[in-house]
Write a protein that binds this ligand. Structure first.
Ligand code: SAH
Ligand code: SF4
Ligand code: F3S
Length: 480
């Protein structure tokens, strides 16, 4: 019988998660030698990852730690001794999917009583989620958040050997852990965290609470990581942060910003540099100049606008206006002529009336986006917007989303059409999911391309002539 709570019992606190201090950020080196254990010998794990690239990068760290403990990966739920869900809290439907999965996974506990089920990532950072897990999902053995991934070896030891449940979520962490092991998904493209957390507090968003205060990694560590990736044969890196344009804002000993980092990374011989996500209010001229100057910084910018209405933008705490956003787009387009711009938009935010929504459509038409993630506002517990008075019906919100998506999809097609009959460079990711001999990869502008080719091309950058543009992808043929 499992003891109900182990030495590890710490619930999240929204109050602590909201607090920001001026304390210096500590960088801690992870010492893997201290953690050499063979807990996973003969055992298999399975991880499901939800949410953003930050979570995908975290999953690679979790896998790295599990492999160090001698676990092996499986995709077969019946074979798994450990099933971990790395979760996302950004919208209610993301959370519902996870609760649904937990319900479904319960059956495997019957056939394998030693199976451990764990919930990690952003959802455990929320008080209400942990309460619900404790009340309704007693068979969940491990609950930990985004700040304590490095403690997995200890948690597993407790759960497996002492047969105790582990619930430990930190809400007030502000440190950076370096040198954690990683098992990367690809051997040709890699995520590289340049910062953690977020201090923007957009009023709808849960991330500043689930990821903690904004902490930039030391540029030396980032540059070293990219140099090492080059030596290991990597072609592409994607720099990750919730607002990459504020990189370095927290350094107290140096004046080193995102544009400095881009310029320094461009000098490594990595073939492709991407970054996400950008915040319009912090996108400075030096960054535009860096992208324009270096051929290995890709001409695709994901620039979430969220809304085209100044009234709504203010309520969202985005700190820019529609006009300022369009001026920025104009500057970017002038400096980087063939740039591809994509965005995120929320419809149905409290106080978004018809007129405000029309402003969003107008902005979309003016900005010529070539893609967008569009969402209906989802109130998140503990965020200011959850308490805003919302009078728009769901029917109207859905109709707005549909109208918006029609315009966005035209943008996707238009963005793809401009490459018809052109030769593009494609970094080949792998075989297309549906057809044999068909390869799939991304162009410099981040367009998906399918073309016929041999598997030996996977991981390479090849030239492809685009024969036809569809809404969601390009068709092409190999061009020598
Ligand atoms: N840091 C990034 C991305 C954050 S989350 C940024 O600032 O843009 C990704 C997207 O999810 C956001 O851009 C926003 O469009 C959407 N989103 C965040 N919170 C949401 C909520 N409560 N309801 C609906 N969409 C939301
Ligand atoms: Fe959320 Fe805003 Fe931070 Fe993006 S910048 S993660 S939307 S609070
Ligand atoms: Fe989701 Fe957390 Fe990313 S809430 S979007 S996984 S930072």
């Amino acid at each position: 019988m499992k003891k109900d709570y182990s030495q590890y019992f710490r619930r999240p606190s929204t109050k602590a998660a909201r607090k920001r201090t001026t304390e210096d950020v500590q960088t801690i080196d992870f010492d893997s030698h201290l953690n050499i254990k063979h807990l996973g010998q003969g055992k298999h794990y399975l991880i499901q990852t939800y949410g953003c690239q930050g979570n995908e990068a975290d999953t690679e760290t979790i896998k790295g730690l599990l492999h160090q403990l001698d676990f092996k990966e499986t995709t077969d739920e019946r074979q798994a001794d450990l099933i971990l869900l790395n979760t996302c809290a950004i919208r209610e439907n993301a959370e519902n999917r996870v609760f649904g999965e937990l319900g479904r996974l319960k059956q495997y506990k019957k056939s394998n009583p030693d199976l451990l089920i764990g919930v990690a990532g952003c959802m455990p950072q929320e008080e209400s989620v942990v309460d619900r897990l404790l009340m309704k999902y007693p068979y969940v053995d491990l609950i930990f958040g985004t700040h304590n991934i490095y403690k997995i070896p200890e948690y597993l030891e407790t759960a497996m050997l002492a047969k105790e449940r582990v619930i430990e979520v930190f809400s007030d962490e502000g440190s950076i852990i370096e040198n954690l092991p990683k098992k990367r998904e690809f051997s040709h493209k890699a995520w590289v965290n340049i910062m953690y957390g977020c201090d923007e507090f957009c009023t709808y968003c849960v991330v500043p609470y689930t990821r903690g205060k904004e902490r930039s990694r030391d540029p030396k560590q980032v540059i070293e990581e990219v140099k090492k990736l080059v030596l290991d044969g990597y072609q592409e890196v994607t720099l990750l942060g919730q607002n990459v344009n504020s990189y370095g804002r927290d350094f107290i000993d140096k004046d080193y910003t995102f544009s400095h980092l881009l310029n320094d990374l461009a000098k490594t011989t990595i073939k492709r540099i991407r970054f996400t996500t950008s915040h319009p209010k912090d996108f400075d001229d030096a960054t535009i100049a860096a992208i324009a100057e270096h051929k290995n910084i890709m001409p695709h910018i994901h620039l979430p606008v969220q809304s085209g209405s100044n009234k709504v933008l203010k309520k969202m705490n985005r700190k820019y206006t529609k006009e300022a956003y369009l001026t920025l787009v104009d500057k970017i387009v002038k400096a980087i002529p063939h740039v591809s711009l994509t965005t995120d938009i929320i419809v149905g935010f409290p106080e978004e009336d018809d007129e405000a929504f029309e402003e969003t459509l107008d902005l979309v038409n003016q900005a010529h986006f070539e893609g967008a993630f569009t969402f209906i506002f989802s109130p998140r517990a503990g965020t200011p917007a959850a308490a805003y008075h919302d009078t728009t019906s769901n029917v109207v919100k859905k109709a707005r989303l549909q109208r918006l998506n029609t315009v966005i999809n035209q943008g996707y097609l238009k963005g793809n059409k401009r490459f018809e009959n052109q030769v593009v460079e494609v970094l080949v990711d792998g075989e297309s999911k549906n057809k044999a001999n068909i390869l799939a990869g991304y162009t410099e502008h981040n367009k998906l391309v399918n073309f016929e080719g041999d598997c030996s091309l996977i991981g390479k950058i090849v030239r492809v002539k685009v024969t036809e543009a569809k809404t969601w992808f390009l068709l092409g043929e190999r061009h020598e």
